[in-house]
Design a protein around this ligand. Structure first.
Ligand code: ADP
Ligand code: ZN
Ligand code: ZN
Length: 737
């Protein structure tokens, strides 16, 4: 064997180590005349790792190694006969691993659909199409009454049909089964076809108002990288702008990726796209099976799907010919991954658009201050929609001063009166409370003992329906206690309100109207969420109680009143983003009111009516708040005027994490212009049995901050070796946690 027949291949493996691994690969050649072929970056390979065999991704092929080549273990198998991750995705992942300081193998693993994390080849998993066999009888021979059978036979006459196409044609699965059982048709692997998108497949859009027309024209005019902030109040018709700019890319035979917040991917959203575009639309979210997600991934890769509507991790899906990225509700917290590989979907999408040289639209009624700052400074093209598209007017803001009125289970009398009045007029009303369960804690009336979680520095939430105490931080749960664990008293009472309790008291207050509840508990089973939405859509007078779930995206024309039960929780937070987050939430929730022809009202309940944030919410637009908040951030040199990295240390030992971080400080003090805040206990100091501490690093220069972190990671083990500590890094942290 000649030396040059062997390549040294560096491979990314799904292990939490900040390194790559080298293997030997004996180059193959198809024939004597073909040159020896090296492996391409992005190819999946099977390699030995300790006693295991792992699926890895090829990062690089070289001729040399720091180790003797004959000592390298050999690659066991090349899994696919094509690259699994195309070059642009590899480039994105390489950048992300460096930027977020995360082990490269885990970053690559994130981008690989679960089905492909095993050694099965793509070709084995690839979607199939239904094809007729020679035994398919003539149309006239199929039973006249069996219209479904006839339709499928007709449809199969001159082409094969993919699963999405069968679904689109509303062919039932029983019909398909009948065809297969009869031997009339069979499944076969899809050879991706990419028929051109025709104008006739796209419904005409609405006639745009002037603001929308300006936005659509600006975006459609651009075919290279450019970031647009579509800054439009709730109901201003942002979605219509997306749809008309998407149509243009589709006609240019390009694909489009639409990223939405986790709870923004509602059946209503999907329906709106399906009604407008008669093209294959792929979905990507956590509610899908691994198989369904793989099929979406594959359809985007091959170019069959023209549109992908996806939540956060969809940003890694490869496309044959991506022409536009849309991020709806760009400010939404769910775009930031909080555990493990802590990436921000928006940052990755922007990188992807820049490298792919395509436009990207960030849409929001309440843009994040980071994005707004980029728009105001001219880095992004700022497009404004300031009118509601249907002509509806924005709701009126009202305050319920909880110090000055009677209350029933946390609802002030003026709010109750207003609810009653709207219901009597045949309207729907909506109450928002960001806490599910019956009460956030139970308390003993004798000794004031509370139901704390023994694994966390937090309390167990009382769920009355299921008679459970559940810790929302670690998932710990057990049957509700009937006696105080400290003194044995049976005088146990709920403190505070959750959705369950608000629902119960509203049912008592308004027995003649239905009270529906939308939260994670009431919609846990498949189909429940859709059923509740359908019931609300009918428009009959009713009370809707819900969490975050009701805040976004929904268009309920008959809702005229929205009550926000508790805003005080976030007024005195240690998070410098608390006011921004609260304002965004209130505007979103308020956006559900008065979308129809009647003017709506929004009621804020507070014990601190003079608080500047409350005053801002009552009297000013989000825009005013945001500009003021930006000037404050500038003065305090907080993001977006500086950059942050959070270093976290976790241990089962109560003080070890804090001491470990403390020990790093002297080493960090040598870096000029670096600000270190802490170490401090995390707001939730103990979580799931671990004590957590934070050290916040802040710097005006992003590049400099990254250099510090690079240095830190390289030297951490030497500086502070302690195997009782688990540390992690959060670049551009969104939560202090
Ligand atoms: P947003 O996404 O900004 O909250 P939507 O796109 O949901 O707003 O639009 C709100 C409502 O206005 C929808 O019912 C939509 O059909 C309607 N709409 C949007 N654009 C127009 C338009 N140009 N003319 C008439 N109605 C419109
Ligand atoms: Zn807990
Ligand atoms: Zn007690």
């Amino acid at each position: 064997m000649f030396e040059q027949d062997i390549d040294v291949v560096s491979v990314a493996l799904p292990v939490p180590l900040r390194k790559t691994f080298e293997y030997a690969y004996l180059k193959s050649s198809n024939s004597a005349s073909n040159p020896l072929k090296s492996l391409t970056k992005g190819t999946r390979v099977l390699v030995p790792f300790g006693r295991q065999t792992l699926v890895g991704v090829v990062l690089e092929c070289k001729q040399e190694s720091d180790h003797p080549i004959e000592k390298l273990k050999a690659i066991k198998a090349v899994i696919d006969d094509q690259v699994t991750l195309p070059g642009d995705i590899c480039q994105l992942l390489d950048w992300a691993a460096t930027y977020y300081q995360h082990p490269i193998g885990e970053v690559y693993a994130t981008a690989i659909p679960t089905l492909l994390r095993s050694s099965k080849a793509i070709s084995e998993q690839a979607p199939q199409v239904l094809n007729k066999t020679t035994q398919l009888p003539a149309l006239s021979d199929i039973n006249k009454n069996a219209s479904q059978l006839k339709r499928l036979a007709e449809a199969l006459a001159d082409k094969v049909l993919s699963k999405p196409e069968l679904k689109q044609a509303e062919i039932k699965s029983t019909t398909i089964k009948r065809f297969i059982d009869e031997g009339w048709a069979q499944w076969q692997p899809l050879t991706p076809s990419q028929p051109l998108v025709q104008q006739s497949q796209l419904d005409d859009g609405l006639a745009l108002n002037p603001e929308q027309a300006i936005a659509v024209a600006a975006i459609n005019n651009v075919s290279q990288f450019q970031c647009f902030l579509l800054d439009g109040i709730t109901g201003s018709g942002k979605t219509e702008v997306y749809l008309q700019t998407i149509a243009k890319r589709l006609l240019q035979q390009q694909q489009v990726m639409v990223l939405v917040p986790e709870i923004g991917l509602t059946p209503q959203t999907i329906k709106r796209f399906e009604q407008r575009f008669n093209v294959p639309i792929a979905l990507w979210h956590s509610g899908m099976t691994d198989k369904q997600r793989f099929e979406s991934w594959y359809q985007c890769l091959t170019g069959e799907a023209k549109i992908l509507i996806a939540t956060r991790s969809g940003v890694f899906v490869p496309f044959a010919n991506l022409g536009l990225i849309v991020i709806d509700e760009e400010h939404d917290a769910s775009f930031k991954q909080q555990e493990g590989f802590k990436y921000h979907c928006r940052s990755l999408a922007l990188y992807r658009a820049a490298k792919g040289n395509i436009p990207v639209i960030l849409g929001s009624a309440t843009p994040s201050l980071e994005t707004l700052n980029n728009a105001l400074s001219g880095k992004y093209h700022h497009l404004l929609l300031r009118q509601r598209a249907t002509g509806a007017v924005l709701p009126e803001m009202k305050l319920v001063d909880l110090n000055r009125c009677q209350q029933q289970t946390g609802l002030g009398q003026p709010l109750i009166d207003a609810l009653k009045q709207q219901l009597a007029l045949g309207k729907q009303v909506m109450l928002f409370i960001n806490r599910r369960g019956f009460a956030p804690v139970l308390m003993c009336e004798e000794c004031h003992w509370m139901t704390d979680c023994h694994r966390c520095s937090g309390f167990m939430t009382y769920h009355k329906g299921s008679d459970l105490l559940i810790c929302h931080h670690c998932g710990n749960q057990h049957r509700t206690i009937k006696q105080c664990m400290s003194c044995g008293s049976t005088r146990i009472v709920p403190v505070g309100q959750g959705t369950e309790q608000i629902q119960q008291s509203l049912t008592e207050l308004f027995p003649e109207y239905p009270v529906v509840r939308l939260d994670r508990d009431s919609t846990a089973k498949k189909g429940e969420f859709e059923a509740l939405l359908n019931q609300i859509q009918k428009g009959e007078p009713q009370v809707i109680v819900g969490t975050q779930m009701i805040a976004k995206g929904h268009h309920f024309p008959n809702v005229t009143l929205v009550g926000i039960v508790d805003v005080d929780g976030s007024l005195f937070s240690s998070d410098f983003r608390a006011a921004e987050k609260l304002s965004q939430l209130v505007v979103q929730v308020a956006g559900r009111a008065g979308r129809g022809s009647d003017k709506g009202s929004v009621w804020l309940q507070s014990k601190f009516p003079e608080h500047p944030v409350i005053q801002d919410l009552l009297n000013n637009q989000y825009e005013d708040f945001a500009k003021f908040a930006l000037s404050e951030r500038k003065m305090l040199q907080l993001p977006p005027y500086s950059h942050q990295v959070l270093l976290k240390a976790e241990s089962t030992d109560e003080s070890a994490g804090g001491m470990w971080l403390q020990g790093l400080l002297p080493h960090l003090q040598g870096f000029e212009n670096l600000m270190c805040l802490g170490p401090m206990p995390a707001p939730m100091n103990k979580k799931a049995g671990k004590y957590r501490y934070l050290l916040q690093l802040q710097c005006q220069s992003r590049g400099y901050l990254h250099k510090v972190v690079d240095w830190l990671i390289e030297n951490l083990d030497n500086l502070q070796n302690n195997n009782k500590i688990r540390w992690s890094i959060d670049v551009d942290p969104y939560e202090l946690n």
